[in-house]
Design a protein around this ligand. Structure first.
Ligand code: SF4
Ligand code: SF4
Length: 678
């Protein structure tokens, strides 16, 4: 018998319930609407394309909990709670309905045996999940997880919900056996234990626990918009609205036009964020997965991607209402009130150090179970620092000046770009107009002494395989990757436009494929040049070498009896899912024993050079490349292999600083293959 079938004094139970629902749901709707309006303060983001792909990913990652389950303990813990909540939501609706209308039943499933059994079972699963969560937060205490009052309150509320649900069931069946079903396995067992208490006690227990359950549900609902558990509502939307652009593509802005029209070119205030950025901040579950994989956080730097999102959330929530008021009153630039001016979003809330610590490795984005994009926010705030404030260090200033002056990071003469090639006999496109492969050498391959050896090895392999290829020589200029990731979008677009024109001309001249040994060039040309009108077929050199070995055009024969640890470059692995090809090439060398560094592949830690860090001094915390080298050394290799000139530089720096350069040489995959090919 629902507890609303009795009156409380002269007030009917249904009326009490109706008032409770109105208050709980009303508070929730009021605050949810306010958050929605605040979200709309943000700028545009187009996230409704490719609905089928979005829905497929949604089913996998929201219903299936795919991303969460990549970590077994917290994944299972969360899945138990999530799936439990899905099932129990139906039962709660039925309980509320029956509270208002005694014979209410959910259509189709209401009162059915499978439904009653599922509700009972999932209530237990949720309790197991909550117990696991308490244990993890209180006993295990991972360094990236904070024990907050909010988390404890929410876990306590969920426990209360489940316990009161069981008690309602147990007391109810004990008092009114005809209301129970044998499918309510745990409720019936509890009822058997409670039966000796007698009808009056069980009836009273049922009424009290029913109200306790319902009021906890409604209290939970009212509290949700103020809690990290708001993600229960926002995460399904955030997952469907996730960014489907190529992983390596940063948001495009027409810089010249924006500057002419005096519009912001970076993000420094709440209205410069997109509505999706704001939704991201609402959705953070505070799980800390991003921070646990962030090389900056691991090496004790100020940057924690979790804190970055939470700091943005606090800022948005604190100053949002004033902004909405400003907009409603025609405040054209949407600037926050005195509060935001007093505390700048970029500089105070998110400090410059935090922004500059990011290597753009993307480990955070891939780790986030609710598809929050940290990197684009960081780079857009860097754009503000660079293009609007000129708040940059000497090293970046020099980098930008050099790129602007000579199209390479070291201000070396353009005319010397092809010097390395003459010794190897590599023609430029002008000299070999029939070439169908363009080898994009990149600044490292063209100028850096160590990377030039890799360029030579790769070129000789192409010659041996009979590939008709050429280089651009002095017509090549930096892709602009370091400028773009460092926030100098203007300089990036200047360099990139020039390259897009050159590459489009090469395409017209018969070039079908561009190949490069630099994952950063690979990413920029393949993922970012389409924004500027340049769409090309681009391969990383490990992909081409793997194909040539498979086709038998390159035959590794000389044995190398060595244990080799391969380091996954971020812009090849995480950004382009290229994990197997470099390993295939290494494994094709007779005698090579591949050792996997922990972590590797999708979880590989950055070497520390991305995001323009190859050209910046690492001033805070431990050295990222030293930590990565220690991870590599832990698996006892005789050699380290990689497939990126940035990674090569960072590893060689680390091995020489640690005095192990002789014992532990670092080589590119192409060099190792060349040494074996007869
Ligand atoms: S991209 Fe890498 S360095 Fe930057 S915040 Fe994410 S994990 Fe940290
Ligand atoms: S941003 Fe994502 S991964 Fe990081 S704490 Fe929030 S939900 Fe977890």
């Amino acid at each position: 018998m629902p507890a609303t079938q009795i009156s409380y004094g002269f007030i009917p139970g249904q009326l009490v319930l109706l008032v409770a629902i109105a208050v709980g749901a009303g508070l929730f709707l009021r605050d949810a609407l306010s958050l929605y309006r605040l979200m709309r303060v943000g700028g545009p983001a187009h996230r409704t394309d490719r609905p089928l792909e979005r829905t497929r990913g949604w089913i996998l990652n929201v219903l299936g909990q795919g991303r969460l389950l990549t970590r077994p303990y917290p994944g299972i813990m969360h899945a138990l709670i999530f799936w439990g909540f899905v099932v129990i939501t139906f039962s709660t609706v039925e309980q509320l309905g029956r509270g208002l209308w005694a014979d209410f039943r959910l259509p189709v499933i209401g009162g059915s045996a499978p439904f009653l059994f599922a509700v009972d079972a999932f209530q237990l699963f949720v309790l197991v999940g909550v117990a696991m969560a308490f244990y993890r937060r209180i006993r295990v205490r991972p360094w990236y997880l904070n024990l907050t009052g909010d988390a404890i309150l929410i876990l306590s509320l969920i426990s209360t919900l489940m316990v009161t649900a069981f008690l309602t069931e147990g007391f109810g069946i004990a008092a009114f056996p005809e209301s129970g079903s044998q499918w309510q396995v745990f409720g019936t067992a509890l009822a058997n234990a409670l039966a000796p208490l007698g009808f009056d006690v069980n009836r009273a227990g049922h009424v009290v626990s029913w109200w306790a359950h319902i009021l906890t549900v409604l209290g939970f609902l009212a509290y949700l918009p103020h809690s990290k558990h708001l993600h229960i509502v926002t995460a399904p939307f955030n997952a469907w609205l996730r960014n489907l652009a190529p992983k390596g593509q940063l948001p495009y802005i027409n810089v010249e036009e924006a500057l002419e029209q005096e519009k912001p070119v970076g993000v420094s205030e709440i209205p410069h964020l997109s509505w999706k950025d704001i939704l991201d901040t609402y959705t953070c579950t505070e799980c800390g997965r991003c921070t646990s994989e962030c090389p900056a956080s691991i090496t004790d730097k100020p940057l924690s991607p979790k804190d970055l999102i939470l700091d943005l959330r606090r800022h948005v929530l604190a100053h949002g209402p004033a902004l909405r008021f400003g907009q409603a009153n025609g405040d054209a630039d949407g600037a926050a009130g005195s509060g935001e001016r007093a505390q700048r979003m970029v500089g105070d809330v998110i400090t410059d150090d935090v922004l500059w610590d990011c290597t753009t490795c993307r480990a955070c984005v891939d780790a986030c179970p609710v598809f929050i994009d940290h990197v684009s926010k960081i780079v857009q705030m860097r754009r503000h620092l660079v293009m609007e404030e000129s708040r940059i260090g000497k090293d970046l200033q020099t980098l930008f000046e050099n790129l602007d002056a000579t199209g390479n990071p070291w201000r070396l003469p353009r005319a010397r770009r092809a010097d390395w090639a003459s010794a190897v006999g590599v023609p430029t496109l002008e000299e070999a107009p029939g070439a169908d492969v363009l080898y994009w050498v990149g600044c490292f391959g063209a100028y850096d002494d160590r990377a030039k050896k890799v360029a030579g090895a790769f070129a000789r392999l192409l010659q041996r395989a009979g590939v008709r290829f050429a280089i651009l020589g002095p017509a090549e200029t930096c892709t602009g990757d370091p400028a773009r990731r460092a926030g100098n979008e203007y300089l990036y677009q200047t360099l990139a436009q020039q390259n897009v024109e050159t590459l489009n001309a090469a395409k017209e001249a018969g070039i079908k494929t561009i190949v490069t040994a630099c994952p950063h060039c690979f990413n920029t040309i393949s993922d970012e040049y389409p924004q500027l009108g340049g769409s090309f077929r681009v391969m990383h050199h490990t992909q081409l070498l793997d194909a040539l070995v498979r086709e038998g055009r390159l035959r590794p024969e000389a044995a190398r009896e060595e244990a080799i640890a391969y380091h996954d470059p971020c812009y090849l692995g995480r950004y382009h899912s290229t994990y197997d090809e470099p390993r295939h090439v290494l494994a094709s060398v007779p005698g090579v024993e591949l050792r996997e560094i922990h972590p590797c592949r999708e979880k590989a830690m950055c070497c520390g050079a991305g995001g323009a860090h190859a050209f910046m001094e690492e001033k805070r915390g431990r050295r990222i490349n030293h930590v990565r080298l220690e991870q590599a050394m832990a698996v006892g290799p005789q050699r380290i292999a990689t497939a990126c000139p940035y990674c090569m530089m960072m590893f060689e720096d680390a091995t020489s600083t640690k005095g192990v350069a002789e014992q532990l040489p670092v080589q590119d995959v192409a060099e190792l293959l060349e040494a074996s090919v007869r």
